[in-house]
Design a protein around this ligand. Structure first.
Ligand SMILES: Cc1cc2nc3c(=O)[nH]c(=O)nc-3n(C[C@H](O)[C@H](O)[C@H](O)COP(=O)(O)O)c2cc1C
Length: 323
């Protein structure tokens, strides 16, 4: 432990009754499942402050050592968007003409994508997402960053959720390769461009590939099958059991205080052994659940984690007043 460590009280955690948690989890799922990658954008303007607020949300993401190793460049300038489209289409023509290889192109076929990237000019906003292996701290010291791809990806995920929540359509675009973004966005060569997020309103009559919906149906099916299996194997017997498991997962020693719970889970040895077995059992169950994204994260937005602070910077290249 170094002298740098300064604990403060958890500033803004809200605990909800379990029924509210359940309702909120369902409500979030209902909302997020309405997110779809859109490739047909309207050219209607979107106020820049909405994009900035979404970037503030992205900037609250968890990240390695809290170095916030990302940089978002927001592009609204028609001239710069045209330059980005031109550069992207050069790469994408080569990609679709065979550079990608048959397997990759076959995988993309159900999405109907090709080298035409007209959305890069039409959508009101592009957000280039960069990751930095090294960046400067608030006091100007150059320091190594940790878990950069993971951190940048999580922040980008927050950004996509925030944009969707605000009512905007998004496209996660990865022209391959996309090194041209460094020069066009004025970012240093040692920053890696990860994504180009296109956002705005969907064009009237916009379509999406049917293929993109397949996972939702499959996921729902798998989810209900898993739950049924777990019910029939007595792993999760009822709501109370699920709540007990959730509480234990959150660090609460429910099983320790309630050996009957362990016994109900099918273990018939002494209380201590039962607890141990139930804990393992629970771990097994939670491990199996992980694949579909069981989350036990608390949502916190520490005030010091603004998207404009430290290395978590935003630049608005080109048209700084926005459309
Ligand atoms: C890392 C990443 C790169 C992607 N690159 C592209 C891309 O370059 N062009 C594109 O049209 N879609 C791209 N997508 C979007 C995916 O095709 C899309 O997310 C997928 O088909 C599922 O559809 P959905 O987002 O509507 O659920 C990308 C998505 C991710 C996560």
């Amino acid at each position: 432990m170094t002298g740098a460590y300064a604990p403060v009280p958890l500033p803004d955690y809200t605990e909800y009754p379990v029924e509210d948690m359940r309702a909120q989890a369902r409500a979030f799922y209902a909302q997020i499942r309405r997110r779809h990658t859109v490739r047909d954008f309207d050219d209607r303007p979107v106020p820049r402050d909405i994009i900035e607020t979404c970037l503030m949300a992205a900037g609250t993401a968890p990240n390695g050592a809290n170095h916030q190793p990302w940089h978002f460049t927001v592009i609204g300038s028609p001239a710069l968007k045209q330059d980005i489209r031109t550069a992207a289409e050069v790469e994408e023509r080569a990609f679709y003409d065979g550079k990608a290889g048959k397997e990759w192109l076959d995988a993309l076929a159900p999405l109907g994508t090709d080298a035409d990237k007209s959305f890069l000019e039409r959508a009101p906003w592009l957000i280039a997402v960069f990751g930095a292996r090294r960046s400067r701290s608030a006091d100007g010291k150059l320091r190594k960053n940790y878990y950069v791809p993971e951190s940048v990806s999580i922040a980008a995920g927050f950004l996509l959720c925030a944009l969707h929540q605000a009512g905007l359509a998004t496209l996660t675009h990865t022209p391959s390769p996309m090194g041209f973004l460094n020069a066009l966005c004025g970012r240093p060569e040692d920053e890696k461009p990860y994504l180009l997020i296109v956002t705005g309103y969907p064009a009237p009559g916009a379509t999406i590939p049917a293929h993109a919906l397949e996972k939702a149906a499959a996921r729902d099916r798998q989810l209900s099958l898993r739950v049924k299996n777990r019910l029939s194997h007595g792993i999760v017997e009822d709501d109370a059991e699920r709540e007990a498991q959730a509480a234990q997962h959150a660090g609460d020693a429910v099983a320790h205080r309630n050996p009957a719970r362990a016994a109900r889970a099918g273990h018939h040895a002494g209380a201590h052994r039962n607890h141990h077995a139930a804990t393992l059992h629970h771990r097994g169950a939670s491990h199996r659940l992980c694949w579909r994204g069981q989350v036990s994260t608390r949502v916190r937005c520490p005030p010091e984690k603004s998207a404009g602070s430290d290395s978590s910077t935003i630049t608005c290249s080109g048209n700084t007043s926005g459309p």
